[in-house]
Design a protein around this ligand. Structure first.
Ligand SMILES: Nc1ncnc2c1ncn2[C@@H]1O[C@H](COP(=O)(O)OP(=O)(O)O)[C@@H](O)[C@H]1O
Ligand SMILES: Cc1ncc(C[n+]2csc(CCOP(=O)(O)OP(=O)(O)O)c2C)c(N)n1
Ligand SMILES: [Mg+2]
Ligand SMILES: [Mg+2]
Ligand SMILES: [Mg+2]
Length: 322
């Protein structure tokens, strides 16, 4: 076969790869969700892993070692929370060039430790190698504490889609850095750049949404429309986003002024921007919406993600090969 990864795209590649793995009898939730759940020793432990590569996920001239440590931990701990689990431990594979300063490597460790502390977890192991550029492979574990895992596949018609955390801010910060306007940015723009460098997922709201009865949940790593698209597809449902609510999210002063400066659309950042690692969940209409969450849409029969009933085609999200 001469097709390339770019031809296939990230998510078709994942489908093709995982189709080759047997579903072991200990695997209660396998590839396809934010984290896996294994039956042995019991069904309380969720496991997830993510890569973070220099040049692809961060740049050393844009982010400090401390920033990258925060981001590497947050990206994984958010997947744990998105299952409704409490983060417990992180395992960190770290490869770097020999001329990296010790200060940078130790700042990275400090960032990992600080972000773990935010989530109530800790680094429990890892591995080190040398490499031409910095690479991190982080694995996170979490405890469901007796709750059922909240999958991407459980959304039902009538569920209310709720958001915990921010959207579009990390993408705006990345756009500012890319345009050369990020360093030394003042006022609100600095907050956007910080959102790119150190996303702040609302970890406790993962278990809180699970306890509130969430039918489905995920974190937003690649963009709201794309990630909700995974829930819609896995659940066999349509998700309709509320235009007024999302326009309000895009209307914050820093997002608006950064978008005006860059000739961008702040609503695009909110709909397609990745890496804020907000949590989005589908709650039954009777459920009490936990504090800190806001309603942004509705689950309906059908397919795909719509905005006020209109198709979102063309508003994609991050895909590693496209
Ligand atoms: N190389 C791989 N082998 C097996 N499973 C994979 C691989 N890459 C991704 N997956 C699985 O595919 C699903 C989607 O991955 P991804 O989009 O990275 O999720 P997330 O955005 O939550 O990190 C996850 O369940 C993940 O475990
Ligand atoms: C230097 C740089 N360029 C581009 C980006 C934007 N970016 C890189 S990966 C990504 C999506 C999230 O990362 P991914 O590895 O897909 O995490 P996952 O979905 O597996 O959680 C985004 C928006 C960035 N963070 N840094
Ligand atoms: Mg995820
Ligand atoms: Mg991943
Ligand atoms: Mg991704």
């Amino acid at each position: 076969m001469t097709a390339t990864l770019r031809d296939l795209g990230e998510f078709e590649l994942i489908r093709a790869i995982t189709a080759r793995f047997a579903r072991g009898r200990d695997v209660l939730v396998g590839p396809g969700d934010d984290a896996a759940v294994l039956a042995a020793p019991d069904a309380r432990v969720v496991v997830t892993t993510d890569l973070l590569l220099e040049g692809r996920h961060f740049r050393r001239d844009w982010s400090s070692g401390l920033d990258v440590g925060h981001k590497a931990a947050a990206q994984n701990l958010a997947d744990v929370a998105a299952m409704g689990a409490r983060p417990t431990g992180l395992f960190v594979g770290f490869a770097a060039p020999g001329d990296l300063t010790v200060d940078w490597a130790l700042a990275l460790a400090d960032g990992l430790a600080a972000e773990c502390a935010r989530a109530g977890a800790t680094v429990a192991g890892g591995d080190i190698s040398s490499a031409d550029s910095i690479m991190l492979g982080v694995t996170a574990l979490g405890d469901l504490e007796g709750r059922a895992p909240v999958l991407r596949s459980g959304a039902r018609p009538g569920d209310v889609v709720v958001l915990a955390g921010s959207l579009g801010r990390a993408e705006a910060g990345l756009a500012l850095l890319t345009a050369g306007l990020g360093q030394g940015a003042d006022a609100g723009w600095a907050g956007l750049v910080t959102a790119h460098r150190r996303p702040r997922p609302p970890y406790p709201l993962g278990p809180a949404l699970a306890a509130a009865g969430a039918h489905a949940m995920c974190d937003v790593s690649d963009g709201l429309v794309q990630d909700l698209g995974h829930i819609a597809a896995a659940s066999g449902m349509r998700i309709d986003l509320d235009l007024a609510g999302l326009t309000a999210l895009a209307g914050g002063a820093p997002l608006r002024s950064a978008a005006a400066e860059l000739g961008a659309d702040p609503l695009d950042w909110v709909l397609t921007g990745g890496e804020d690692h907000a949590l989005v969940a589908c709650l039954p209409p009777s459920a009490a919406i936990p504090g800190g969450c806001e309603r942004i849409g509705l689950v309906l029969p059908g397919t795909g993600v719509t905005l006020a009933g209109q198709p979102t085609a063309g508003r994609g999200g991050w895909n590693h090969f496209r």
